[in-house]
Write a protein of this length. Structure first.
Length: 271
């Protein structure tokens, strides 16, 4: 399993959200290992996660509380009061993340975001060194001009990660994404606000025990790796049914979507 290049164990605070998260962290860690262990399929497939028919099975309320439901979140798409929130922890250098972004995420958006069932909240989780960090800050900076999802699509396009994510390349991706003020983009890219936002997301990922990308939470249910679409469909529909049963269909009543259109891409475990 690849070791994240920028991990600093002494500064990490794993399992920040209570003892119950030990179980979720173990699940994420095991699934992540299975997805990237020696002998895993070279085709980049991930062992399918089991989703119980019981909508409450494998769900951790403390993890569900990590959904921000901020209508002004530039790195989210979908209604702030959607009954289901999918949180995605991902790295732009992760090949499996690109697979999820290209193959699965657009279909989830079409089927569940557009009808108000699902909200997707992105968390920058750069684990592969300096270029991962640069791409993450670039995504945040693009978001400040409402072009996060367009940047996301450009960065996860076939062959994009092979070109690297140095500053010049990230600027080119921003231009491709339609970012209008490139001078502001470059200033934001190197600004303290971008660094703080990325660090906040990254610490949250480490805090729940995520060790590879992509890792997901669906209303508090951990899922690791670019699982088949059916795994996400089952989890989303179970969460939506549970929200309907409990009457907990969103925290705010604000129906504003997060940021613009999601020309989403796809991805799986750290590669």
């Amino acid at each position: 399993m690849p070791t994240p290049k920028n991990t600093k164990p002494s500064s990490r605070k794993p399992l920040l959200y209570g003892a119950v998260i030990v179980v979720a962290a173990a699940l994420l860690g095991f699934a992540s290992y299975k997805a990237t262990a020696p002998g895993s399929s070279s085709a980049g497939t991930t062992p399918t996660a089991e989703v119980s028919g019981d909508p409450q099975a494998g769900v951790y309320p403390e993890l569900a509380k990590l959904a921000r439901r901020d209508a002004d979140d530039k790195l989210a798409v979908g209604r702030a009061d959607a009954p289901v929130v999918l949180i995605e922890y991902a790295d732009f250098k992760c090949g499996y993340c690109g697979k999820f972004a290209r193959d699965t995420e657009p279909e989830l958006i079409k089927e569940y975001v557009e009808d108000g069932t699902l909200r997707i909240e992105w968390r920058n989780f750069p684990i592969f060194g300096e270029e991962s960090e640069t791409a993450a800050r670039g995504a945040w900076a693009a978001g400040q001009q409402d072009r996060f999802w367009e940047f996301h699509a450009a960065a996860y396009a076939e062959g994009a990660k092979e070109k690297g994510f140095g500053k010049d390349r990230v600027k080119a991706l921003a231009q491709e994404a339609g970012v209008k003020d490139l001078a502001r983009f470059m200033k934001d890219l190197d600004g303290e606000a971008a660094r703080a936002a990325v660090a906040k997301d990254q610490e949250q990922g480490y805090g729940i025990g995520a060790t590879s990308t992509p890792s997901f939470l669906i209303n508090g249910r951990p899922i690791a790796g670019a699982q088949p679409k059916e795994t996400f469909t089952q989890a989303i529909e179970a969460a939506a049914e549970q929200a309907k049963t409990t009457g907990n269909a969103g925290a705010t009543g604000d129906t504003t979507t997060g940021s613009g259109d999601a020309s989403a891409d796809s991805g799986d475990s750290a590669k």
